[in-house]
Design a binder for this molecule. Structure first.
Ligand SMILES: [Zn+2]
Length: 328
């Protein structure tokens, strides 16, 4: 076989792998097994970045919680990435940290996270902006942080709108905790949560009682000091929310930066005909005058959630964090 033949074969294999990795993730909601298979494929065959997949811990039902620990541009192909990390630790790039899927039914959030991973790993459109983002930042992405709830909402008839985890430690008949109400910042079931296991916003009996919230806490703490930004993806509505949602006049130190970033994001989406509201979650969800195109919001404040906890306890040294609900 001559070299030209081998090159053509190599190209064909490369294109096949690229297609196999992109088709499902961009066109459908994947099951957890498919998500794990996609991530394995990404680590094996990413063509635009070096990617390591790992886990942030086990869920209540013992499922792995997958994470892309690093997506870095292939500039030094062939060099062992762990070796490179060690060598370059003094000048390590800041990271964009993203999670999705803490609320089981918000399927578009994991789908968006997977599409971000797909773009970074394969850059299917050869977009120079993607290369630029890979040059400037590391990317650490956990696409399904509530795997039990996600899988339950996908596979059980009548459970499409399941929101919580699947813990049975409080009640056999009313399973699950709203893991986004289980973080240790201003934890208070009476403000924006509930003490009732049957409630959709049941907060657990103490902060960080749930493995899913603890997994996120430990994962974020492991990356303390590395974050340039932290985004948590939801699809409750078309909002860009930032801390704090405590409705007690507490203001984020970097509030002006967050507001600017949020408006930039909202303006970019506005050009595609999407209207997003920007503000801290108390202003927008509780006190805000209108949902985009709709009436007042009959909602609870989104109080002890992951991004508010992160901005106080884990990622305090970092610059902007901007939780970003996706369109849904
Ligand atoms: Zn949500």
């Amino acid at each position: 076989m001559n070299e030209r033949y081998l090159d053509a074969n190599h190209r064909k294999r490369h294109e096949r792998r690229k297609r196999a990795a992109t088709v499902d993730v961009t066109n459908s909601y994947l099951g957890l097994d498919e998500i794990n298979a996609f991530l394995q494929n990404v680590t094996r065959s990413a063509s635009a970045a070096d990617v390591i997949s790992s886990t942030i811990g086990l869920s209540f039902e013992g499922r792995n919680t997958p994470v892309i620990e690093k997506a870095e541009i292939i500039a030094e192909k062939g060099q062992n990435i762990r070796e490179r990390n060690t060598k370059s630790s003094g000048t390590q790039k800041k990271a964009i940290i993203i999670d999705a899927g803490i609320h089981a039914r918000e399927w578009i959030a994991p789908a968006l996270a997977l599409n971000i991973i797909n773009k970074l790993a394969f850059n299917p459109d050869n977009d120079p902006d993607v290369l630029d983002l890979l040059k400037k930042f590391d990317w650490i992405i956990a696409p399904v942080v509530n795997p039990d709830g996600y899988e339950y909402s996908r596979t059980n008839s009548g459970a499409r709108l399941w929101r919580k985890t699947r813990t049975s430690q409080y009640s056999e008949s009313c399973k699950g905790v709203d893991a986004n109400r289980n973080f240790g910042f201003g934890w208070d079931p009476d403000v924006g949560g509930s003490r009732e296991p049957c409630s959709d916003v049941f907060s657990g009996n103490i902060a960080f009682s749930e493995p899913e919230a603890r997994n996120m806490r430990d994962w974020l703490q492991r990356n303390k000091g590395r974050a340039a930004a932290y985004l948590t993806l939801h699809s409750y509505g078309q909002y860009v929310l930032y801390p704090y949602g405590t409705c007690d006049n507490r203001v984020a130190d970097n509030k002006d930066i967050l507001e600017d970033l949020g408006k930039t994001f909202a303006n970019a989406l506005g050009q595609k005909g999407r209207r997003y509201s920007v503000g801290n979650s108390c202003q927008v969800l509780l006190l805000g005058p209108k949902r985009p195109g709709q009436g007042p919001v009959p909602s609870q404040p989104a109080r002890p959630s992951s991004y508010q906890w992160s901005s106080t306890a884990s990622l305090t040294t970092s610059t902007p964090q901007i939780p970003t609900p996706s369109n849904g």
